[in-house]
Design a binder for this molecule. Sequence first.
Ligand code: MG
Length: 379
Amino acid sequence: MATRRKFLADCGMFAGSAGFSYLALNRLSWSGPEKKPGKKSPMSLSFRPYELHLRHVFTLASGSRSVTPAMLTEIRFEDTVGYGEASMPPYLGESVESVTGFLKKVDLSHFDSPFFVEEIVAYIDSLAPGNHAAKASVDIALHDLVGKLMNQPWYRIWGLDPRKTPNTSFTIGIDTAEVVKEKVREAAPFRILKVKLGQKNDREMIETVRSQTDKPLCVDVNQGWTDKKMALEMIHWLKEQGVVFVEQPMPKESVDDIAWLTANSPLPVIADEAIQTAADFSKIQGAYSGINVKLMKCGGMHAAYTMISMARAMNMKVMIGCMTETSCAVSAAAQLSPLADWADLDGNLLINNDLFDGIKIMDGKIMLNELPGIGITKK
Ligand code: MG
């Protein structure tokens, strides 16, 4: 086993240094016991629902909630287990029922080797349209498994420099002035704060935050503004308040208005709700300065890597974000963070029943660890 792992580890280093292609992993096709016709596949998927408990009631322009349903997945291959997760905030349209229905369709016995990542991800994607969080839960578990078999963390398999991780923002939800102040105090270790806007008290929210800190801010409007001229006026004011970018200022359908806003905006305008998967690039082309990539939106690490490459080819900014999630999905996303301009990977910090230990935040910066796969251990 040790020799095999060493071989796989060396291949991982090579893949990283030569520029990454998922197809290169096919060369590592499993050399273990041969699969006999009729014999059970060495790879198996299991899953169970889990409820994420939020530390604070979470308010967005679209509503409030105190729990988020999730699904925990495992892919087992011989004596190695990869962990994954689907998080299902209600606005994404997925639920425990829909994710369970999707995962029941997954049959990994088609594949002898977990290293056929490209093929396995394409197979998962072909099972149904949508279901991106469900797809992400399989994709993350597969990446964790493959990284563990290679004895390498994914940032290294991709050839990324762990010193280039960005600072992560910490999210301040819409709330009363007292709670906002408390959250800003709680966010002391962070160097950038993300303030949720999109309601009538936007200026008051910013002024409340500013009464506590002079750190750089970014804002997420969650499609809350409807008038482009008012939006532009607000962005100019926000720039004076030390805001560095604006996320999804207007409804995703208002592409022409957003394109006008971006062309005139003194701050970068980032698409979140407007771009879910790589297929959405055609809808937003020219309308935004950058994109917010999230594993739960796009279907996992493979899709996120592709989207980031596409965004860079189009000279767009990249932000890597998350939902409320355990350290499992957050650490998976963090593996990609050296590729991003900004990160918003605080989803695990917003819950009080995390099942995993993973990436850490030190002085506001994402610290990737040396653990293989997605860098987590079960608590
Ligand atoms: Mg957002």
